[in-house]
Ligand binder design. Sequence first.
Ligand SMILES: Nc1ncnc2c1ncn2[C@@H]1O[C@H](COP(=O)(O)OP(=O)(O)OP(=O)(O)O)[C@@H](O)[C@H]1O
Ligand SMILES: [Mg+2]
Length: 341
Amino acid sequence: MIKIEHLSKTYTSHKGNVVALEDISLEIAQGAIYGIIGLSGAGKSTLVRCLNRLEEPTGGQILIDGQDITKLSGKALRETRQTIGMIFQHFHLLQSRTVGENIAFPLEIAGYKKNKIKPRVEELLQLVGLADKADAYPSQLSGGQKQRVGIARALATRPKVLLCDEATSALDPQTTVSILNLLRDINQQFGLTIVIITHEMKVIKEICSDVAVIDASKIVENGPVEQVFIQPQSAIAKEFISSVFPNELPGDLLRELATHADSEIIRIHFLGSRASDPIIADLMKDCQVRANILYGSIDHLRSTLFGTLTLELQGSKEQLAKAHTYLDERGLKMEVIQNGI
Ligand SMILES: Nc1ncnc2c1ncn2[C@@H]1O[C@H](COP(=O)(O)OP(=O)(O)OP(=O)(O)O)[C@@H](O)[C@H]1O
Ligand SMILES: [Mg+2]
């Protein structure tokens, strides 16, 4: 488990100080795929680079399985680094080495014997689906293939944690999905903890179990992905979510609906099997309200169905109150977007 406590980082230079991280506290469970999302300059790379001490924190602690890595130096730090793999947006492969030699590199540094390196490299090439590319050079590979080499290299010394800094940002949407699927497989196969830094909510939606939102050097909210998607607290989280689940109604429609008497607009969120329940039919029958469907969407959040439905409900105050109770009793999250007159 990774426990980050009151972590701070200020860059100092002759031009002045830049506060990149302020009082960051997070817990990342063993085996989680933990996403950290934020806008450019929010402090994401600084945070992830502090986790393997590529960047020196200014204050706070980072406990990995109980050991405070901010206190390590020399041999102990080098050994700990071998338990934390990292992949990058621009892959950072050695251009003069073949794919096989790139993957062998961390093993050589860790002092593996030659006869142990070859079978390990072959195993890793198989794992990332590049068994036929051992002798190719990075310049002969596509972006997705380069990132596969990056992943194989990062996993070579069997780390406990894999850090990914915008690992799919340079890839097209289809290749992004194939790399995310590979990361998910590795997570499930080896129980490896994965920390993913991204500015794309799509990445979080596809594979993350938990998410933290970082804005202007601070964590503004965090929690299990389902919780944050259903009930985002911060304006920035809402904005990120609307990039993958757009659900804003046009302003002129809202204004027109506002003139309807005895009506309100509600948004219901569904998760899992709830998404297939006949909610509207039951709502109309049991509460005698009339429901007008304004917007609906259904998609996946990891492998769970996640849907939203925006409705105009028409009925007396009592009928609308009954509808709220009805939804509440069924454990459906609902928000009233607009009340009629
Ligand atoms: N080596 C450095 N020296 C001084 N300031 C830095 C340094 N690295 C980053 N910063 C500053 O720290 C802040 C956070 O930068 P960081 O790279 O962590 O952001 P980010 O969220 O990763 O952004 P992006 O999405 O653009 O990669 C920014 O204001 C940046 O300018
Ligand atoms: Mg960055």
